[in-house]
Design a protein around this ligand. Structure first.
Ligand code: SIN
Ligand code: CO
Length: 387
């Protein structure tokens, strides 16, 4: 079952004939790339009505952006169904985040982008806009692939340095936007944009756009979350002592002797590379606050094992599973696997599924692994396939 190190294979069209390695070397985080017919025949995974339906669900993050009376307006979901009946004919956009969490069909689409590590993936956002709709000229802080589904969209882009924003607007709109390049994208066409490239998408007729978006934590956030992690692990021995205390004329002063001693105590705070891996794995696999897993009904280990052999398993679209060495991270939880579990768990993390044939006699007798998989199953982190 051990995977060989191999060049990442992607459909030849996805990056316009470039290999993943070439794309990463020449474009990723460096410059935009327009790819005509990246996914030939792609026409979306859900209809505008289904997208609107999703945006009415309690747990789903959705926004309506309207341009009315020369002003931008933003409404946050969940929406009432009636809201869609009262929308104007034009100049609005519905944006729904995390569509991959709710749509199993999105898994196959996202797998095509697995030449970028899962730890960098944020989610799949889908937008719908009637003719001329859009969210205005802006820039994002993250990499994104903008894949055109139904309809057409005019994309204007600019690598301008002036990123000043309209003051007081409820969303980020660039004060000045100077189109440098523009293209009309048709279904299956895709535009890759690195962070901070200004862009402006305008619907040509009814248009749906799929944004495969990436995440990149800010240094400040990484630092502060790491310090939280470290705090739980902190185990410093001894206490402050000062047998060499010297008389000081100002009793209120924090003297330099005290500073030196405390500095020496704090210098004993240490961490290893392994701590960084564990912190990062937990942090990057932590679900966003609004994400709730649907627990599966209780099932005995024996029944579960039988089902595994029959169906295989698939990760929930909401699950983030990462690993480093034998440390496996599932939705913020960490598990140190045995050596014998490593290959099968790496396959589950990479492929996000294990078909029934992966469960051979040896695996089906490995109760430690089976208990773990059942625990993840009960939590709703994974499902039996074909369910
Ligand atoms: C959209 O799909 O309307 C907006 C996507 C973006 O500009 O990032
Ligand atoms: Co954008």
């Amino acid at each position: 079952m051990k995977k060989q190190q191999q060049p990442h294979t992607i459909p030849l069209t996805l990056l316009g004939g470039l290999s993943a390695e070439q794309f990463l070397a020449e474009y990723w985080q460096k410059k935009p790339l327009l790819i005509r017919q990246a996914i030939p025949g792609f026409n979306g995974l859900l209809s505008p009505n289904e997208l609107a339906g999703l945006s009415c669900e309690e747990e789903v993050q959705a926004r309506l952006v309207l341009f009315q009376g020369e002003q931008w307006h933003v409404e946050n979901g969940p929406f009432e169904e009636e809201r869609f009946a009262s929308l104007p004919e034009r100049d609005w956009t519905l944006l729904v985040q995390g569509v991959n969490h709710y749509l199993p069909e999105a898994e196959e689409l996202l797998q095509q982008f697995s030449f970028v590590p899962y730890a960098r993936l944020d989610d799949l956002m889908v937008s719908f806009a009637p003719d001329e709709g859009g969210v205005g000229p802006h820039f994002d802080s993250y990499d994104v692939f903008l894949l055109q589904a139904e309809g057409k969209r005019l994309w204007r882009i600019s690598e301008q340095d002036d990123l000043s924003l309209v003051e007081g607007a409820p969303l980020r709109i660039l004060q000045n936007f100077n189109t440098e390049q523009e293209w009309v994208l048709e279904p299956g066409d895709m535009l890759y944009l690195p962070p901070h490239v200004a862009h402006w998408g305008i619907a040509v007729g009814n248009a749906m756009t799929y944004s495969i978006g990436f995440r990149a934590p800010a240094a400040q956030e990484l630092g502060s979350v790491f310090l939280d992690y470290l705090q739980d692990k902190l185990n410093l021995s001894g206490m402050y002592t000062d047998p060499d205390l010297q008389y000081q004329p100002h009793p209120a002063e924090i003297g330099s002797g005290m500073l030196d001693k405390v500095g020496t105590m704090l210098d004993k705070i240490r961490w290893q590379r392994e701590d960084i891996a564990v912190f990062l794995g937990r942090y990057l696999s932590e679900p966003k606050l609004h994400i709730l897993f649907d627990e599966n009904e209780d099932i005995s280990l024996k029944q579960f094992t039988q089902q595994l052999a029959r169906h295989g398993i698939v990760l929930s679209g909401k699950s983030q599973m990462l690993f480093h060495g034998r440390q496996f991270f599932m939705n913020g939880e960490q598990w140190t696997a045995g050596e014998q579990h490593q290959d099968i768990l790496i396959a589950l993390a990479d492929d996000r599924q294990l078909n029934a044939t992966c469960f051979d006699a040896t695996v089906l007798q490995d109760t430690v692994l089976l208990h773990k998989l059942r625990e993840w199953y009960l939590a709703g982190y994974l499902y039996l396939m074909d369910e």
